[in-house]
Design a protein around this ligand. Structure first.
Ligand SMILES: [Zn+2]
Length: 185
């Protein structure tokens, strides 16, 4: 990421929207934005990709064959408007031979969220990655987010969007799905 080029581009944008990029309050803004982009768009830097280790199911003396659930916050950037969307994720899986530390789910969502995204692809990035390393019996990932591009502009609706990605057991087993929804309530 070329910080100088981003600074220059942002100076141009500020001038075009009717601002004076040279006034006191804005003087450092392009530099601050460029610095922020290094963090919030780190998802393009493969070297910063999280290193997710898995464990044999049973390595700690317990075989996990029930649902394991993790929920938390996430942030990303809408690729249509370069405006943030953010909210909660609800992840559940039923392991087979491998398990993963739950803190890793948040790290994956953070990493793939640090790109220009649409909510559906963000979910798919995470689920595809986990599918490859875990081959679980089933996964479900619900993302519920407020899209500021919807709440700030146009019809100014509240902009809440919910997407779900469902694999394996969760696709056919209504009870498993019900149980998950009950547990995240
Ligand atoms: Zn948008």
């Amino acid at each position: 990421m070329n910080v100088k080029k981003i600074e220059k581009a942002w100076k141009g944008i500020l001038a075009e929207i009717g601002e004076n990029p040279e006034r006191e309050g804005l003087l450092e803004t392009p530099k601050r934005i460029a610095k922020m982009y290094k963090e919030i768009f780190r998802g393009y830097d493969l070297e910063q990709a999280p290193n997710i280790t898995t464990f044999e199911n049973g390595h700690d003396g317990i075989i996990y064959d029930n649902m394991i659930i993790d929920t938390g916050d996430f942030y990303s950037m809408c690729e249509h408007h370069c405006a943030p969307f953010f909210g909660q994720y609800y992840f559940g899986y039923i392991p087979d031979k491998k398990i993963v530390g739950l803190s890793k789910i948040a790290r994956l969502i953070d990493y793939y969220g640090a790109r220009m995204q649409v909510q559906e692809r963000l979910g798919k990035n995470v689920v595809d990655y986990l599918q490859n390393i875990l081959h679980p019996k089933g996964m479900i990932l619900i993302l519920k987010a407020k899209h500021t591009c919807k709440s700030m502009r146009g019809v100014k609706k509240d902009g809440i969007m919910t997407t779900a990605i469902v694999t394996g057991i969760f696709q056919n087993d209504l009870n498993a799905r019900q149980e998950f929804l009950q547990l995240i309530k």
